[in-house]
Ligand binder design. Sequence first.
Ligand SMILES: C[S@@+](CC[C@H](N)C(=O)[O-])C[C@H]1O[C@@H](n2cnc3c(N)ncnc32)[C@H](O)[C@@H]1O
Length: 367
Amino acid sequence: MLPEPEAEARAASARLGERIRVELAAGGNWIGFERYMELALHAPGLGYYAGGAAKLGASGDFATAPELGTLYARTLARQVADLLAPGEAILEFGAGSGALAAALIAELAPERYLILETSAELAARQRARLGARAQWLERLPERFRGVMLANEVADAMPVHALAWRREGLMERGVSMVDGALAWAERPAAGELREAARQLRVPVPYESEIGLMARAWMRLLAARLERGALLVVDYGFPEREYYHPQRAMGTLMCHYRHRAHGDPFFRPGLQDITAHVDFTALARAAREGGLEVLGYANQAGFLVDCGITEVLGREDAADAARYAPLAAQAQKLLSPAEMGELFKVLAVGRGVPRPLLGFANCDRSHTL
Ligand SMILES: C[S@@+](CC[C@H](N)C(=O)[O-])C[C@H]1O[C@@H](n2cnc3c(N)ncnc32)[C@H](O)[C@@H]1O
């Protein structure tokens, strides 16, 4: 049983439900899952990221690497410092609570720290935390030189849901059935059908395709004049993503630190995510003229960046300070926690290789 939300949260979810019902009615009682996910996460004022829910941290629904403490950011800072040329900026997508920004600014004191955040509610929280130390952008600059960062942002981008059935390729969407939201399928068409036809999966099979993340990557590729983009998220290369054993796809919902598989539970109050297909992102980057600079699991990347040296600078005898940092290292590196499921993909233009974080563990040949 998932915990019952407060009355105010239930009312906000009901308002979003009404918005979804209006769209369903306009669409003949069907919308694609991508549109549903867009509304559930990003509908202005009502979606999960756009609304008032705590989201990150202990009182929220999930914890990310920057939320654990500063060890992650201080280690990542070494790679960023290595990539950043004089006069260049850091641009962070989806900065959440501002934790990564705060720690990177403290560590690197960059000339400009830019944030592109789609949630007005989170941007307000970031402004309250960071003040004049960062600048918020409304849209992607036409040209950018420097380092772009996206930590757990790609997994929040709406995905299409697909079903490979004996009768053909279906797009999974949402209908209202007996007053409740339910899955409903239609034959897949257009770009989605083409993308799905490239994949070899057994039948029956269900999974997701992130067309929006690919388009995002192509846009960044067009705007990145010199520098790199680091995408850190949970996911796999295509071969593992569409593995015969992953026949139920990768959709996951987070509500108050419980993970479950029902995207229709209290729309707007829970996070909905899909794992990231890193092969598709790398392909989109290459199509946009970028080079793949490295791909590794989070543990390999952080070790190559020197996480043990960062930890080693601390006084191990000062247990009150050292114990939480050691706990962070364990969570970031352990294959049972974030070390293996989370990956780091670096793409860029005009960057001399090899990159610090991939010196010993580059797996880009697996993409
Ligand atoms: C799971 S949170 C991660 C927050 C933070 N990066 C961290 O690691 O703690 C996802 C963040 O991405 C933002 N976001 C979602 N889609 C986005 C997009 N297309 N562009 C920029 N930010 C986006 C959300 O509002 C939120 O700040």
